[in-house]
Design a protein around this ligand. Structure first.
Ligand code: ZN
Length: 123
């Protein structure tokens, strides 16, 4: 299990409560409910410090950065699997039909659980 992905959604939510002030790494980590090590991981992912040579974080800037991050992606799917938005889980594609949509090859099948149409792009 990847702890980084796990903690991201709550940190993202908590970031909205950050104030327009400067935080030390430990203060910011506490506000976000993450470890300072996790904070460093965010930095490698582009989380900006107050200044290039600074270890301080500007709350509003951090909040904006989190808001701009894509939401956690659904788990990586294997071949022949697709994500059902109704069941909110990965399902097997049974006898999918191949179609083209916007120039992208798509596998389309119905969800074995709820019958909704599920599809995935293929290369
Ligand atoms: Zn389903």
């Amino acid at each position: 299990m990847n702890s980084q992905e796990m903690s991201f959604p709550s940190a993202r939510k908590r970031a909205r409560g950050l104030l327009d002030m400067l935080y030390t790494p430990s203060e910011l980590a506490q506000e976000l409910g993450v470890t300072t090590a996790q904070l460093e991981t965010y930095q490698t992912q582009g989380l900006p410090t107050y200044a290039a040579d600074s270890h301080w974080f500007h709350g509003a800037t951090v909040a904006a950065w989190f808001a701009a991050q894509p939401k956690a992606k659904p788990k990586r799917m294997g071949e022949g699997q697709a994500y059902c938005v109704k069941c909110k889980c990965v399902v097997e594609l049974h006898q999918p039909t191949v179609t083209r949509k916007y120039g992208v090859k798509m596998l389309v099948a119905s969800c074995p659980h709820c019958g909704a149409q599920v599809q995935r792009g293929v290369r």
